[in-house]
Ligand binder design. Sequence first.
Ligand SMILES: [Zn+2]
Length: 256
Amino acid sequence: MSTVTTPVVLLRAHPYSESSRVLRFYTRELGLLGVMARGVRQGASKGRGSPGTFGEGIAAIVVRETRELQSLREFTPVKTRFGLAGDFRRLAGASIAAELVLRHAGQEPHAELYDALSEGLDRLEAVMPANVHGEVLALGWRMVQILGFGPELSACTACGEVLEEGDMGRFDLAAGGVRGPGCPAPPGSRRIGPVARAQLQSLLEGLVPPDLRGSGAHLSLLNDFTTFHMLGGRRLDSFRFLDPPDQAARDDPPTD
Ligand SMILES: [Zn+2]
């Protein structure tokens, strides 16, 4: 038994009893961790000892190797991130990132993943309303990439040939990458041109391209990709909260 002090982000919380909650943390030192927090429900509205979802802080956790759930001794909040909860699109973006981490992060430390999650949530909370979709995409695709599921964008998934700079490709969802112009693409696959490929590459690195176009189409691709490759075929409800108001923008694929 040992006590580990580590930065943590709260991904999910479940009530356990009158006074206890089960918290699912992503921690910088111990990876994904389930923690029992006793005596935190009364007066849990603010302050010390009561993390809120997507909040970040420093936790002292009593760890016993043989236990499924570890035990929270102390929590010092650093960032509440209340700004995420107050906007359903920001909340949806944070929930998508959390789901991917809950499903695929391990119990070993992964500082790059932790830092990307933390920075992405900060940016999602702070971004201007008009640019929320861009930050949702950057956070979501960054999680996909760091968790090891990033799509192949440079070489054709059928023949291996590297796409030329101006080539129009197709996105082969099942193969997890692009199809070059010389190979037949699966029926219904999206066209993905040079601009869209470059923008997707940037999003995988966690950067919003300054001239991001077709965010509806990018969101639809992120939805299909994560559903197929990371979520066992189950679509996340969160994507429904991200539909752009302009239906035309949603149907217009990122073709150029
Ligand atoms: Zn090919």
